[in-house]
Every structure is written in structure tokens, then in C-alpha cells.
Design a protein around this ligand. Structure first.
Ligand SMILES: [Zn+2]
Ligand SMILES: [Zn+2]
Ligand SMILES: [Zn+2]
Length: 484
């Protein structure tokens, strides 16, 4: 005979077992409870809910969801319903996480460092060094020979924000794509999230509004500030951290080898605030920091001064060190804005030997040409290369925007643009622009790299430059494969 009284006694036993981690016993008791519970009663719902908790604990998420569904069918107690709903959310998050990890693995098989990692900074190749001279200031060089296609840096920028126009495509906090599973902020229309963790970030509590006039750089400045507050805990603690900074260090002076080290994030703040600085483009930029801190309770004059100095410093650092995210090889406008601690030391060349590819929320730096031990690594700023812009255009641009005179090989020897370059290979077949699968793309990429290595003594020439352009597209395709 059905009896909720009997069912309840089994349920109590089951709960005790569950709390003690005795899952098999708990399961047996919940099953007993199910046996005796009156049809369509709350007792029946409770037993299913109990079983779903076990399945959640042992990570059998499909079964967990099935039991939740059953439980909700007969649940009439509001409070209990809410609890089951929240377990359902957690379960779904867990499932999303493991699917996106699986997807990530496919790309991370390809995008991994080609050389043993640095002892203290695991996301860069151990053969890279930050050096300093009068021409470039701090710059990056290699202590080993590198070949085309070597992945030397995979940096997730510490501070990063999404272009307001792209808010429906990526997580507002971590900028991961996870397009099929993004969920909206319950309060504002300016953010979607990939996970509970991101949705609960303190940073978004400050950013949570429906403001429409946010400029890209203001958003980044805001993020640089509130993220630092979130990490340190308060304005006072941030102030203490900054006071501790005695000399200007690069990220390589810190030790990030232990991912659990609680100082990691604080050291990232320090590494970023000691990057080069320059005056912002216009005096109006200074007005921006005032609106950034509107929501903050400023107690003392001392705090106000610190805040002002800190933000001016962020602003100056941002002005010269920012990077854009380009998830599509054809889009000219950046789709995200970011500040890196290591990549900021790449100097510009109109004929770079390193390519930056944006894979999910990371910047991957890959060599385009053979590079000898001791040589400097260069990237291209703002897509101003000798293939696309004349010498005069480039010189004018870098003079005006970055106030330096580019003295790269392409500028010194005035390399011709793509179609005027000498051709070296009569048998050269122009590469296909379409390819049927990622596997084919990877093969083509490898072939191109081999060709570049074998013919580098004839550089600059049409064939190699064309293959480098194609490699850029191939890498984008491999790195940014959409879920369908
Ligand atoms: Zn996220
Ligand atoms: Zn919000
Ligand atoms: Zn140049």
C-alpha cells in the first residue's frame, strides 16, 4: 500500500546518507521512498529531487536532468521548486562547460606552444626574452632558432572588453564565444554571459546599466579599474598593492608557474601598470576617468588623488599598448579591445616576422618566417604592411599615430607592393582560397610553411608573400571555427 509516512522515513534516511557521501545507500533509500510515495504527491517529487542530487554529485548530468523533470511534475511547494530549478541551472551549466571544453580541445590541439614553455610564465615559449635598447625600448627576442608556423605566445589579455556592437555574440566578461549557450543579464541589455561564474563577477555589477553612449576606450578603462578593485577587494587594498610596486617590472619578472598562487592576478595588475605610457590623443580623454568612478564612494582626499593617478596611468598605458580583437580576417574594425602584459612588447614592422591570430579570447602569436636565435620578433600594427600601403602612407601614419619613424627592412629598402614583387617560381600554383575542411586547411598551412622555409633566401618575392596572406586566412579558419 502507498504511504507517504513510510516514504518520508526512507527519504530522511536517504538524505542522511547523501550528506555522508554514501551515494549507493542514498539511492536505495530514495528508491524505497519512490516506491511508497503516493502518486502525484509532494513526497514523490521530493524523492526524485533527492535522486537528482545524487546524480549531480556523481556527475551523471543527463540522469540528473531526467530526475529533475520528474520532480518538477509533482512539486507544489514553491520553495522546493526554486531549489530544484537552481539545481537544474547548475546542471545545465556543467553540461555547457564540458561541451565548450570539448570544442576547445579541437582548436587547442593545433594552437599550442611549439617550444617548451617559459619557467615562470607558462603561456609563452621559454626561448623568448624581453630586452631593452634605445631604439625600441623594451622588445621581444628569441634565444633559439624559430621556423615558420612556430607558436610562441598564447596570451589571454588580462583586461578585455567587447565592442558594444558584438554584445550578442560573446560573453561580456571573458569574451569567450560559446554562442549557442549565452544567456542574458537579468537586469541590463548590455551583457550576455557564458557561465554562472562570469554572470556573478563583481565587475559587471558596476557595468550593469543600459548606457548606450559607451565608447570602446572608456569601456576598457572602466574594466581596468573595476577588475583591479574586484581582485584586490577594495580601493584601499588596490592602493596598498600599487604602493608596493617599487620598480618597473615586466611580466617575466613574476612567477606564474603555479596556477593556484593567489598572487597571480595581483601580479598581472602590477605587470600591466608598468607598461610603457604615453599621452592620450586628446585632452578630453582625461574627462573620461571621472565618469568611470561615479558609482564609487570616495572617502578621503588621499583616495581621490590615488584614484586620479591610477586612472591617468591606465589611460596612458592603454593609449600605447592596446590591441584589437579581430575574429574575422576580413573585418577592418576591431571587435574587442584588450591590454596584454607580454604582447605589448612586440614592436612594429611593415614586414613582420610574427602574426597575431585571435582564437576565442586569446591572442596567439605565430612566426611567419624563419627567425634566428638572437633576433627580434616583430608584429604588424594596425594592418599597415608594405603589401597594402605605400612607404609614404606608412611613414606618415606611424609618425602621426605612434610618433616613431619606422625603420623596418621594408621601409629602408622600399619593398614593392604585392603585385610588383619579383616572381621566383614559374611552376608556382596560386593556392586555393576555399578549402573543404579544417583538416585540409591544416595540411595546406603546413605545406605553405615548408615552401616559405625552403625559399626564404629569395625574399621578398610574390610567391612567399601570397602564401603568408593565405596562411593568415587559414589560421583564422582553424582558430575560429563556428559551431555549425
Ligand atoms: Zn564568460
Ligand atoms: Zn547587467
Ligand atoms: Zn616600416
Amino acid at each position: 500500500m502507498k504511504s507517504n509516512k513510510i516514504a518520508e522515513s526512507f527519504n530522511l534516511k536517504a538524505s542522511e546518507c547523501l550528506a555522508a557521501g554514501k551515494y549507493t545507500e542514498a539511492l536505495e533509500n530514495y528508491n524505497q521512498s519512490l516506491r511508497f510515495a503516493v502518486n502525484k504527491s509532494q513526497m514523490l517529487s521530493d524523492a526524485y529531487a533527492g535522486r537528482s542530487k545524487i546524480y549531480y554529485e556523481v556527475n551523471q548530468l543527463e540522469n540528473c536532468l531526467k530526475n529533475i523533470k520528474k520532480s518538477l511534475q509533482t512539486c507544489i511547494n514553491d520553495e522546493k521548486c526554486r531549489k530544484i530549478e537552481s539545481l537544474r541551472e547548475k546542471c545545465l551549466d556543467q553540461i555547457n562547460l564540458s561541451t565548450s571544453e570539448k570544442k576547445e580541445n579541437v582548436t587547442s590541439e593545433f594552437f599550442k606552444l611549439s617550444h617548451p614553455q617559459h619557467k615562470r610564465v607558462p603561456f609563452i615559449a621559454g626561448c623568448l626574452e624581453v630586452r631593452e635598447n634605445d631604439v625600441y625600448g623594451r622588445y621581444i627576442a628569441t634565444t633559439s632558432d624559430l621556423k615558420p608556423g612556430d607558436i610562441v605566445v598564447i596570451e589571454e589579455p588580462f583586461y578585455k572588453v567587447l565592442d558594444p556592437k558584438r554584445r550578442h555574440t560573446r560573453c561580456a566578461i571573458c569574451l569567450k564565444q560559446n554562442m549557442l549557450n549565452l544567456f542574458p543579464c537579468v537586469k541590463c541589455s548590455n551583457a550576455m554571459f557564458c557561465s554562472r561564474v562570469c554572470s556573478e563577477s563583481v565587475v559587471h555589477r558596476y557595468e550593469c546599466n543600459d548606457s548606450k553612449d559607451d565608447s570602446f576606450d572608456k569601456l576598457l578603462l572602466q574594466r581596468m579599474f573595476y577588475q583591479a578593485i574586484e581582485i584586490t577587494g577594495s580601493l584601499e587594498e588596490l592602493q596598498k598593492l600599487m604602493n608596493r610596486q617599487t620598480s618597473s617590472k615586466t611580466i617575466l619578472d613574476f612567477d606564474f608557474s603555479d596556477p593556484k598562487n593567489s598572487m597571480n592576478d595581483k601580479n598581472r595588475i602590477l605587470a600591466t601598470t608598468s607598461l610603457a605610457e604615453r599621452e592620450p590623443w586628446s585632452a578630453e580623454a582625461y574627462a573620461k576617468y571621472e565618469s568611470v568612478t561615479q558609482q564609487l564612494q570616495i572617502e578621503t582626499e588621499d583616495e581621490r588623488k590615488f584614484l586620479q593617478n591610477y586612472l591617468v596611468r591606465c589611460l596612458k598605458s592603454m593609449t600605447v599598448n592596446f590591441f584589437h580583437f579581430f575574429w574575422s580576417p576580413t573585418k577592418i574594425e576591431g571587435q574587442g579591445l584588450a591590454l596584454c602584459s607580454l604582447a605589448a612588447y612586440f614592436a612594429h614592422s611593415c614586414d613582420p616576422n610574427v602574426e597575431k591570430i585571435d582564437v576565442d579570447n586569446k591572442f596567439v602569436f605565430i612566426t611567419k618566417k624563419p627567425i634566428k636565435a638572437g633576433e627580434q620578433l616583430f608584429m604588424n600594427y594596425d594592418r599597415f604592411s608594405f603589401l597594402t600601403h605605400t612607404l609614404k602612407d606608412r611613414q606618415d601614419y606611424f609618425n602621426k599615430i605612434y610618433t616613431f619613424q619606422c625603420a623596418c627592412n621594408a621601409c629602408k629598402d622600399d619593398y614593392p607592393m604585392l603585385n610588383k614583387l619579383p616572381r621566383i617560381d614559374e611552376k608556382f600554383i596560386e593556392p586555393e582560397t576555399k578549402f573543404e575542411s579544417i583538416a585540409v586547411a591544416k595540411l595546406q598551412y603546413q605545406k605553405n610553411c615548408d615552401y616559405i622555409s625552403a625559399n626564404m633566401d629569395r625574399y621578398p618575392c610574390y610567391e612567399i608573400c601570397l602564401l603568408m596572406i593565405q596562411n593568415y586566412r587559414l589560421l583564422h579558419a582553424i582558430g575560429n571555427k563556428l559551431p555549425f
